[in-house]
Design a protein around this ligand. Sequence first.
Ligand SMILES: Cc1ncc(COP(=O)(O)O)c(C=O)c1O
Length: 440
Amino acid sequence: MATDTSKRDNRITELLRRREKHFAGSFLLYQEPVEIVRGEGIWLYDSQGNRYLDCYNNVASVGHCHPRVVEAMHRQASTLNTHTRYLNEKIIDYAAHLAGTLPEGLDVCLFCCTGTEANELAMRIARSVTGHRGAIVIEHAYHGNSTLVGELSACTYPPAERPDHIATMEPPNTYRGSFRRGATLSETELAEQYAAQADPAVRQLQDVGQGVAAFICDAIFDTQGTLDAPPDYFKGVYEKVRAAGGLCIADEVQAGFGRLGEKMWGFELYGVVPDIVTMGKPMGDGHPVAAVVTRRDIADAFMQKVIYFNTFGGNPVSAAVAETVLTVIEEEKLQQNALEVGRYLRKELDRLAEKHPLIGDIRGRGLFIGIELVKGHQTLEPAFVEAYTISEKMKDDGILIGSTGRFGNVLKIRPPLVFSRENADLLIGSLDRQLTAVLN
Ligand SMILES: Cc1ncc(COP(=O)(O)O)c(C=O)c1O
């Protein structure tokens, strides 16, 4: 789409020129990029003096620049920052606190700095413990950017380039996938049909001699357009993966830390217990801290074969930040807030759906919602341009959202967890206006 640069501020023009010179092509959000210079709670402020309601950034989970997080970071950075090779009570306290939020048995933590690193380590553990090398991932998944994890991230390269240690499964998309809700299939049958997609994936990995080391999945299916899998879906897949000798990895980088409202962790919504859980993004409210949590038997089997050390992972400053974030989530009841405000938002969105036929489907839990836009409820033709335009225009209204999914036609609402009903009303007002405007 052509960009009208005639009204562009000189400062933005200059920043873009310098960025282009020194950056390797990382893309910017919005046709007319924004220079965000300050954040506070749910609000972001740009260099032009505009204020934006942040409905997009999940990393700042407890709100931008939360004073307790900033204070904890400052205090610890002013005292000591080393690594996990000296005894440090803070990281031990945090490991125990974190383990206490997970099902019994998942209580051994390995710390790192990014979601990619956590998934890389999880895969390394799975390969080492199972003796297999293959991984099953969901089509169009994203799990990170290292060599191995980049290969798991099926949305980042053409299927023809997929290495033979990766097999994909169709996502459980009951709106536009092979098996759909509202037809003749019950939820149990839908779960069985989609879980059965693991069978050919297992066979494919076994046939090429890779075997199944792991199945890795994000329970909110962010890059697939935010999906509500049938309740027994994960039980079915986990059973098949374990029967093939593989481990089940729950990638909670998006779904974890209370965002989905009902439960602290995404996999808990489906009544399964993974062998390995990975987490990152919201864990440090913007500070780079991530972790792998697993069982003692798995960790010990791995540690017998390798030495794992991560210079920055779990350092005292990261530990102080992560501990404060988790405490704030608990003390400010942010999981409960995600549940309540998420329900309110969903009710308001359902109301909008009655008014705007462009809305084909609304999915997600708590404060992670996807709104799929389609040109026709029968054809399900993706309304990509409309989704793009709405997201751009909402920015001009002072509301930041995103878009996702294979066709880029799913509006993504994923605000910091301090999102209030009043914030939801502002979002709904703008969305309502732009859903009307985009068709005129
Ligand atoms: C589900 C999921 N896993 C892992 C990652 C990778 O995390 P990071 O960017 O911190 O490496 C992402 C990032 O978007 C993600 O969405």
